[in-house]
Design a protein around this ligand. Structure first.
Ligand SMILES: Nc1ncnc2c1ncn2[C@@H]1O[C@H](COP(=O)(O)OP(=O)(O)OP(=O)(O)O)[C@@H](O)[C@H]1O
Length: 483
């Protein structure tokens, strides 16, 4: 058999065990793939209809190819007017090529473990370290389900912040772009960002005129659209809630998320996925989710590296100094570390400090670094109270590449993916162990790299026991740096 072309007989076994179905590949499918010089292997229906088994294969394509048609076909086999879903298959094969083009070849642990369950229609809780590839995991599920030919919103990703929403939209669009050399006639899926600070009027017209296939939304904007009946969850086949614990923890977002989940629970043909590196009291959370019917009863909790909640390549250290010496200590650290890029996390200004008319720590820090730091790194700011355009401009600058020091509040602690980040500095200690985990997790974001990254907390003597508590809770060891 010519291994470089699509071989029609190789599609035969797919149907041999179900003779009532005839193979009628769509002309677009043939045209499309005969031009791409690739071979496709299909599994037999028996394998296709089996429940997920442990995946021992080693590449993402090997995981996706047998399982994606499985998922589509499972549904198609239940449909008496079965027709070979050529366009859907074409789409997912394109995604496989595209992944390889981008450099996603080997699956990460969460991808290896979760994808078989996701492709078989299970509701899942993706619980894995920061930087472990949860985004690609749920995007692959989305691509296995959607049909870009249909004009309806079929997948919805809910995120806590505009910044994370922009990032997920970008990754989703990159993945959905056609691989080089493929000019198939089928429609690419459209992805809409429905984020706080966006132009809701424009998005409203888009949703009404030609609904996108995938919507990435912040809770507030999504609720507005749902309340005004501009779009409904009826057509949504998969709902992802990213950083789910963060949204449940936010007093501004929790009641809206509950409404969305409750409303989605009455939809037919639904699949719900929750993702985060931290799901506190996960057994309780799963129990509640089932009780509330937010997930089906057979929801699967995929917990990767349960005994090691943070990447092992992270090196943690702390330095003790008094409050007045903190700025100078930070500067000395940056000079001796010479980071490739770093984030300096600062606490949000308290109401008390605002009332006292004090300048926020972020401004003090930025002013100090701009006058005292002599190195090559750009100094940037990202904090909640900046307007959306300035926040976007800071992140754009950061993503341009080149070294930088980003002074940020916890707004940058969740989900933001900056793979070049080598150092994290806690200028103010985070409020909880979970906040520590997410701040630290802005480094070590190259799944197959063996480069170590450093997290340094600058603390006053009284804070030593707080840090110790975080060490116990997150099971890591923090070494003292003696100045
Ligand atoms: N299979 C893969 N091969 C190579 N790189 C990958 C793979 N999967 C994901 N990545 C890369 O790993 C990085 C981290 O992925 P991602 O942002 O999805 O992490 P995450 O698990 O969502 O982390 P967080 O919990 O912090 O949000 C990204 O830069 C992504 O491009």
């Amino acid at each position: 058999m010519d291994t470089n072309t699509l071989s029609l007989p190789s599609l035969g076994p797919l149907f041999s065990e179900k003779p009532r179905y005839t193979l009628r590949p769509h002309k677009h499918f043939l045209k499309h793939f005969s031009s791409t010089s690739r071979t496709f292997k299909f599994t037999t229906p028996q394998a296709i209809l089996n429940p997920p088994t442990a995946v021992t294969t080693s590449t993402l394509r090997e995981i996706c190819q047998p399982h994606v048609p499985q998922h589509i076909l499972q549904r198609q086999f239940q449909n008496p007017s079965f027709f070979f879903p050529a366009l859907l298959c074409a789409h997912i094969y394109e995604i496989c090529f595209r992944m390889e083009e981008i450099g996603y070849v080997m699956p990460t642990d969460i991808q290896r473990e979760a994808l078989p369950y996701l492709f078989s229609g299970h509701d899942c809780i993706l619980h894995a370290q920061t930087g472990s590839g949860k985004t690609l995991t749920y995007l692959l599920l989305i691509h296995s389900i959607i049909n870009a030919g249909k004009s309806s919103v079929q997948a919805l990703v809910v995120v806590p912040t505009r910044e994370l929403g922009m990032q997920v939209t970008k990754v989703a669009r990159t993945l959905a772009a056609k691989p080089t050399g493929v000019d198939g006639e089928h429609k690419s899926c459209s992805i809409m960002a429905l984020l706080d600070g966006g132009t809701l009027k424009r998005q409203k017209s888009w949703l009404k005129a030609e609904p996108p296939t995938v919507v990435v939304a912040t809770v507030g904007s999504l609720c507005q659209m749902l309340e005004r009946n501009i779009f409904s969850l009826e057509t949504v086949r998969v709902l992802i809630v990213d950083e789910v614990d963060c949204i449940f923890n936010s007093s501004k977002q929790v009641s809206s998320l509950r409404k969305i989940l409750t409303s989605y629970s009455s939809c037919n043909n639904r699949q719900t996925v929750f993702a985060s590196a931290s799901i506190p009291q996960h057994n309780r959370f799963i129990h509640d989710s089932v009780q509330q019917k937010w997930t089906k009863r057979d929801v699967v909790h995929i917990h990767v590296s349960a005994v090691e909640p943070m990447p092992s390549r992270l090196y943690h250290r702390f330095i003790i100094c008094d409050t007045k010496r903190k700025l100078q200590t930070l500067l000395s650290l940056i000079q001796s570390d010479a980071p490739e890029s770093g984030i300096i996390f600062v606490a949000e200004q308290s109401e008390k400090s605002k009332k006292a008319g004090n300048a926020p720590s972020t401004s003090l820090l930025i002013d100090f670094l701009k006058t005292s730091y002599q190195g090559d790194l750009d100094i940037l700011l990202l904090e909640d109270k900046m307007n959306f355009n300035s926040r976007a401009a800071s992140l754009l600058e950061v993503r341009k590449g080149g070294g930088y020091l980003l002074v940020a509040t916890d707004i940058a602690a969740r989900g933001v993916d900056l793979p070049e980040m080598s150092h994290i500095y806690n200028f103010d200690l985070p409020r909880t162990a979970i906040d520590y985990l997410h701040r630290a997790g802005r480094t070590c974001r190259k799944p197959f790299s063996d480069i170590n990254c450093i997290v340094t907390s600058i603390i006053v003597p009284d804070e030593r026991f707080v840090l110790q508590r975080y060490e116990n809770e997150l099971m890591f060891n923090c070494e003292e740096l003696i100045p």
